[in-house]
Design a protein around this ligand. Structure first.
Ligand SMILES: C[S@@+](CC[C@H](N)C(=O)[O-])C[C@H]1O[C@@H](n2cnc3c(N)ncnc32)[C@H](O)[C@@H]1O
Length: 259
């Protein structure tokens, strides 16, 4: 028995065991005792996680995949959670313990998976997995790159992001239309931002919503002082600003006194 792929759940099952093992080996398994796999499907990656010295938990939305996993991985059965990762309160499993996240993620919700991980960053020291190649590149991009954007800046404020390798469509069943990319995120030593966090998220999002405009134009609604608007940083477009520059910009905006 195997699971019939369902398009609406982004199901493209990996058929290459070597790649599954390579993905499992991207985490260090150090400094935490639990790993959460999102979307295990038929368990091609899970199999390799179960060989590690770690407690593996999986969260899967598809009832048919859940039945398959419970039948085929008996020692995992108690740790198969049949839920939508985006809606589930993961802290109910781990309480305040640290855990890593891994997966061959469903591409239709991959950015949302990253944003939810960022919210849980205090508990997630490592994150690894497979995305649509372009999304993986976007998360790891540096300033000046044409795919550098909200996902890059927000992720890299808290994590060091490394693009590891590209995976072609022909190792999936059914094959997706595009290449996939595997990345790893390692949480930075200090994730306390030197500025107001909420404002930082707002500024980054607002700046990239109009990425062709200078910051002077896209951040108009902040009602900034004449003095601050004269600062040359406002002549730039968002893709020209490093993560550090965005943090500095947020600080400047936060402490600005309007005219
Ligand atoms: C690309 S497939 C990968 C399956 C398996 N890990 C593999 O590599 O063959 C994505 C998996 O995520 C599951 N999935 C989709 N949306 C989900 C959600 N919101 N929460 C949890 N799992 C989800 C799908 O059912 C599917 O099994």
């Amino acid at each position: 028995m195997s699971v019939k792929a369902k398009k609406h759940l982004g199901q493209h099952f990996l058929t290459d065991e070597t790649i599954a093992e390579k993905i499992a080996n991207t985490l260090s398994y150090k400094g935490y005792k639990h790993v959460l796999e999102i979307g295990p499907g038929m368990g091609v990656l899970t199999k390799y996680l179960l060989k590690k010295d770690i407690t593996t938990h999986v969260i899967e939305i598809d009832t048919e995949s859940v039945a398959y996993l419970k039948n085929n991985y008996l020692n995992l059965a108690d740790r198969v959670i049949e839920q939508d990762f985006l809606k589930y309160d993961v802290s109910s499993i781990f309480k305040d313990q640290q855990f890593a996240i891994i997966g061959n993620f469903p591409y239709n919700i991959s950015s949302q998976i990253v944003f939810k991980t960022l919210e849980m960053r205090r508990q997630v020291p490592e994150f690894a997995g497979m995305f649509q190649k372009e999304v993986a590149q976007r998360i790891c991009a540096q300033e000046g790159n044409k795919v550098y954007g909200i996902l890059s800046v927000l992720t890299q404020a808290f994590y060091t992001a490394s693009y590891l390798f590209t995976v072609p469509p022909n190792v999936f069943n059914p094959p997706p239309k595009v290449d996939s990319g595997v990345l790893v995120l390692k949480r930075k030593e200090n994730i306390q931002l030197p500025c107001n966090e909420k404002l930082f998220f707002q500024v980054v999002k607002q700046a990239f919503q109009q990425r062709r405009k200078t910051l002077r134009n896209s951040l108009k609604s902040y009602n900034l002082s004449h003095n601050l608007k004269a600062n040359s940083i406002f002549d730039k477009r968002p893709e020209q600003l490093s993560v550090t520059a965005f943090l500095e910009l947020t600080q400047l905006i936060d402490t600005d006194t309007p005219d």
